[in-house]
Design a protein around this ligand. Structure first.
Ligand SMILES: *[C@@H]1O[C@H](CO)[C@@H](O)[C@H](O)[C@H]1NC(C)=O
Ligand SMILES: *[C@@H]1O[C@H](CO)[C@@H](O)[C@H](O)[C@H]1NC(C)=O
Ligand SMILES: *[C@@H]1O[C@H](CO)[C@@H](O)[C@H](O)[C@H]1NC(C)=O
Ligand SMILES: *[C@@H]1O[C@H](CO)[C@@H](O)[C@H](O)[C@H]1NC(C)=O
Ligand SMILES: [Fe+2]
Length: 432
C-alpha cells in the first residue's frame, strides 16, 4: 500500500511539475532563483567533476567523481604531502540513463588504510587538479568530534550562504538529512549540484540519507533513487550493501544510524530487521553517543508536512527509544525545530531529542507557519535557513548549536549542552 501511495505521489508531483503548480499548502517567500550552473554531464567542465568523499570504514574513505569521458580510469593517487602520491587504489565505475538523459561515468574508489585526523592530498583518474581531505578523529569513547548537520540543500543563493557558513566551521564529518539537489527529474541539475558542493564535499566526508526529492521514480519506467544511488552510494566497511537506503557507521565515540524515510520500514521489512540487528551491535562503552538521521520528521509542529513521518514513527520509535538513542535529526520541513527528550509525544527524561533541520536553502522557500499553541514537547522553533553543528566533547557532553542565515550573516540562534543517555548522570536503565 505504501508503495502505491508513494507512486501516486510521484506521479502527482511529476504532473504538478509539468504544469508548474506548487502543491504545498503554506505561504512561502518568493523563492530565490536557482543557481543555474553552466555545466552538466556533457557541457565541457573539465574532468574530474563533482568530487566528493564519504567514510568507508574505520580507516578508509571513498572518493567519488564523474567524468564526461567513458575511458577515464577509476584510480585515486594519494599521499600526505602535496604533489607526492605514494599510494594508489582502483575502484568501480557506473553510469545511468534517465529517459533522454545519459549520465557521465561515475567513479567510486575506496582509499586507505589512512591515519586519523590527517590531511591527505589526492588526484582522481591519474590527472587533473589536486584535492585534499582530512580524515576524522580516531575511534574512542572520549574522542571529541564535530559534525556539521544540514538538510534540504538544493542550489540557490540561500544554499550558497549555508555552504559558506559550514565551510567557516572546522567540522570533521557532514551529516545530511536528505533532499540533496532538488533536480526533480531534471538530471543535469544533479551535475550542477555536484559541482556546487565539490569545494566542501571533496574536503570532508559527507554522509547522506535519502529525501523525497531524491526518489525521482517514474512508475513502470524508472525505479526510485536511480540518480541518487549512482552518485551518492554510501557504504561502510566496504561490505556490500543490501540497499543504499539505510546504513550505519561509527566515528570517534558515536554510532550513527542513517534511516530511509522512503524505503519500507514496516515490522517485516528489510530495513526494520537491519535496524534491530544493528542496534544489537551498538556498545555504549565504545560509542557512548547514539544518533539517528532520517528525512521526514517524527516530531513536527510546523503546518508543513504534518503527519508525513507518522507511519515510520509508529513502526520505529519504540525500537529507537529502547536503544536509548540520544538524538534523531530530520529534514523535509524547511525550518528549524528542537524538542525536549520525548517518547510517544510525552516529555521523558530518557526519551530522544528530535531536531528538524531541513533548512539548507532550497528553491521551495521556508515553511513559515507553525501550529499554535506550541506543543509542550517543542522547545525551540523558527522558520529560517541555516545549519547545525554538533560538537561532541567527550563521552558525556555535546554542544549543539543552530546557526541561522540572517541576510547571509551567520547568527547563532539556539544553543544547548546535551548529556548522553549512556552517561551515569542519566538514570535510564540500559538494555545493553
Ligand atoms: C568500468 O567497469 C567495467 C566493469 O564493471 C570495466 O569493464 C570497465 O573497463 C570500466 N571502465 C573504465 C573506464 O574503467
Ligand atoms: C564494549 O566495548 C568495550 C570497550 O571497547 C569493551 O571492553 C567491551 O568488551 C565491549 N562489550 C561487549 C559486550 O562487547
Ligand atoms: C566532559 O566535558 C564536560 C564539559 O566540558 C565536563 O564538564 C565533563 O567533566 C567531561 N566529562 C568527562 C567524563 O570527561
Ligand atoms: C557551544 O557552541 C557554540 C558554537 O560553537 C559556542 O558559541 C558556545 O560558546 C558553546 N557553548 C559553550 C557553553 O561552550
Ligand atoms: Fe523533503
Amino acid at each position: 500500500m505504501a508503495g502505491y501511495g508513494r507512486r501516486f505521489v510521484s506521479v502527482l508531483s511529476l504532473l504538478l511539475l509539468l504544469v508548474g503548480v506548487n502543491a504545498s499548502p503554506y505561504v512561502r517567500p518568493s523563492a530565490r532563483r536557482s543557481l543555474l550552473w553552466p555545466f552538466s554531464s556533457k557541457t565541457g567542465t573539465p574532468d574530474p567533476q563533482q568530487v566528493h568523499v564519504s567514510l568507508a570504514g574505520p580507516k578508509h574513505m571513498k572518493v567519488s567523481w564523474m567524468t564526461s569521458s567513458f575511458t577515464a580510469p577509476s584510480t585515486v593517487e594519494w599521499g600526505t604531502t602535496s604533489g607526492k602520491y605514494d599510494s594508489t587504489a582502483q575502484g568501480e565505475n557506473t553510469s545511468y540513463t534517465y529517459v533522454f538523459y545519459k549520465s557521465g561515468l561515475f567513479h567510486h574508489v575506496v582509499v586507505g588504510p589512512l591515519d586519523a585526523s590527517t590531511s591527505y592530498y589526492y588526484r582522481c583518474g591519474g590527472a587533473g587538479p589536486e584535492f585534499s581531505f582530512r580524515t576524522p578523529p580516531p575511534a574512542g569513547p572520549q574522542v571529541p568530534i564535530t559534525f556539521a548537520v544540514a538538510g534540504d540543500l538544493g542550489q540557490t543563493g540561500w544554499t550558497k550562504s549555508t555552504l559558506d557558513h559550514i565551510q567557516k566551521t572546522d567540522f570533521d564529518v557532514l551529516l545530511f538529512a536528505g533532499d540533496l539537489s532538488y533536480a526533480d527529474y531534471m538530471q543535469p541539475l544533479w551535475d550542477s549540484f555536484g559541482q556546487l558542493v565539490q569545494p566542501l564535499a571533496s574536503a570532508r566526508p559527507w554522509m547522506v540519507t535519502q529525501g523525497n526529492h531524491d526518489v525521482e521514480e517514474i512508475p513502470l519506467l524508472i525505479k526510485g533513487f536511480r540518480s541518487y544511488n549512482a552518485r551518492w552510494p554510501m557504504s561502510f566497511d566496504g561490505s556490500p550493501l543490501t540497499s543504499n537506503s539505510f546504513y550505519s557507521f561509527e566515528v570517534a565515540g558515536v554510532h550513527v544510524l542513517m534511516l530511509g524515510s522512503y524505503t519500507d520500514y514496516a515490522e517485516n521489512s528489510p530495513q526494520y530487521s537491519w535496524l534491530q540487528a544493528d542496534l544489537v551491535k551498538v556498545n555504549r562503552t565504545r560509542t557512548p553517543w547514539l544518533i539517528a538521521m532520517l528525512h521526514a520528521p517524527w516530531y513536527n509542529s510546523n503546518s508543513a508536512h504534518q503527519g508525513d513521518g507518522d507511519a515510520m514513527m509508529s513502526a520505529m520509535e519504540p525500537l529507537l527509544q529502547k536503544a536509548q538513542v540520544d538524538i534523531v535529526f530530520a529534514g523535509h520541513v524547511h525550518a528549524y525545530e528542537r524538542t525536549t527528550r520525548v517518547f510517544l509525544k510525552i516529555a521523558d527524561p530518557c526519551g530522544i531529542i528530535h531536531i528538524t533541520i531541513g533548512a539548507g536553502g532550497n528553491r521551495e522557500g521556508l515553511a513559515r507557519s507553525f501550529k499554535n499553541p506550541q506543543p509542550s514537547w517543542s522547545l525551540f522553533r523558527e522558520a529560517s535557513f541555516g545549519n547545525g553543528e554538533l560538537r561532541v566533547v567527550n563521552s558525556t557532553h555535546a554542544n549543539w548549536s543552530w546557526h541561522r542565515n540572517d541576510n547571509d550573516e551567520q547568527v547563532m540562534a539556539d544553543e544547548l549542552w546535551m548529556t548522553s543517555l549512556s552517561s551515569s548522570s542519566q538514570d535510564c536503565s540500559f538494555v545493553n
